[in-house]
Write a protein that binds this ligand. Structure first.
Ligand code: SF4
Length: 72
């Protein structure tokens, strides 16, 4: 799994931070999303997908990836 956020689309609603606080944060000054990790561990995948679904601005994409040993 790889997570991508578009800070230009983000409307600072904070849904992602409430749903997956280990993956998303918000900037102090304006509340815009900050991605804490592009590649969340397995136990955070469900919350990360849920955050993408709940984001009112559709500013979060989750790209599913096959696990490959040695992948960079
Ligand atoms: S849920 Fe979407 S709009 Fe709200 S802070 Fe997160 S990325 Fe931004």
């Amino acid at each position: 799994m790889k997570v991508i956020v578009d800070q230009h689309k983000c409307v600072a609603s904070g849904q992602c931070v409430l749903t997956a606080p280990e993956v998303f944060d918000q900037r102090e000054e304006d509340g815009i999303v900050v991605l804490l990790t592009e590649t969340p561990p397995d136990h955070l995948m469900d919350d990360t997908r849920q955050a993408a679904i709940l984001c009112p601005a559709q500013a979060i994409w989750v790209a599913e990836q096959e696990k490959q040993e040695g992948e960079q």
